[in-house]
Design a protein around this ligand. Structure first.
Ligand SMILES: [Zn+2]
Length: 286
């Protein structure tokens, strides 16, 4: 009889142990499922794609119209062109620059005269275009005048800005601080890429192309996909003759690669990506 009770107790204990084990397994399964869901969510947070890649072209060069635009348009990729309004190419080919908006590209603001901080190593900066000789009011006026010029071309009142030479300060103050209502975002020149919730919209990092090969640029794109990041690429010359350059072949190959990966990469002008980030970042104040 005593043995029977003991056995019954034993069965009870076994049942309890089994249940505890089961419970742990169920909990682990639930945890794994929620982690998977979370990872899947992060994986698709760029408009349903794993990452965003933005193609930007600085300084309004003839080569952008002649060598970059035909490739972009043939592949259906939309880019941001940072226009220096008084550049030689804009003066000569205004009507062609105006067409970019109609093709779905962004006309970004890159000042009227391309002022930069001069001094040692920057001897090419002329006295009148030296940011050290500017006041905050003067740079603000120049940027607002550039916005007005671009609005005359495309009719738009929202666009992004790119710091000339990556310079952000006049008289020791960050001039973008007073201009957050004028721009949806601003692109800097630091070689970094960030996840959606880590992007600083008024200091958007980018990778500057300086004679990089296709393989090197492809590695950046692959890293953006792997890390669910925003990759902004900055091109100057396309096809030789510029101190910052990309070969026509490497540029075309990269754009083709991005096109082939469109199921994983969201490609859009920076204005669209910046507005999307703004919606997605909870508590964004500006
Ligand atoms: Zn520039």
């Amino acid at each position: 009889m005593g043995e029977y009770v003991e056995k019954k107790e034993e069965t009870k204990i076994n049942k309890y142990l089994k249940w505890t084990k089961m419970k742990n397994i169920i909990l682990l399964l639930l945890l794994a499922a929620s982690m998977y869901q979370q990872a899947r969510g992060q994986d698709k947070e760029w408009k349903g794609k794993k990452c965003a890649v933005v193609l930007t072209y600085d300084d309004a060069l003839d080569q952008h119209l002649d060598n970059a635009l035909p490739v972009l348009d043939s592949l259906g990729l939309k880019a941001t062109f940072y226009i220096t309004a008084f550049s030689g190419s804009v003066q000569k080919r205004l009507q062609e620059w105006k067409q970019l908006d109609k093709k779905g590209h962004e006309l970004g603001n890159h000042t009227l005269f391309h002022p930069c901080i001069g001094g040692a190593g920057r001897e090419w900066v002329s006295k009148q275009n030296d940011l050290r000789n500017y006041s905050v009011r003067r740079i603000e006026n120049e940027l607002r005048m550039t916005n007005l010029f671009l609005q005359a071309l495309d009719g738009k009142t929202k666009r992004t800005f790119a710091f000339t030479c990556g310079d952000m300060k006049v008289d020791d103050s960050l001039f973008i601080n007073g201009m957050k209502n004028d721009f949806a975002g601003a692109r800097a020149v630091r070689n970094e890429m960030h996840k959606l919730n880590e992007v600083n919209l008024y200091n958007i990092d980018c990778y500057m192309v300086n004679n990089h090969s296709f393989e090197e640029m492809k590695a950046w794109v692959d890293k953006a996909i792997q890390t669910n990041s925003l990759l902004v690429l900055l091109f100057h010359g396309v096809g030789g003759g510029n101190s910052l350059d990309v070969s026509i072949a490497a540029h075309r190959e990269l754009l083709l690669y991005i096109t082939q990966k469109q199921n994983e990469i969201w490609t859009a002008p920076l204005i669209e990506v910046a507005e999307y980030i703004r919606q997605q970042q909870p508590g964004f104040k500006h």
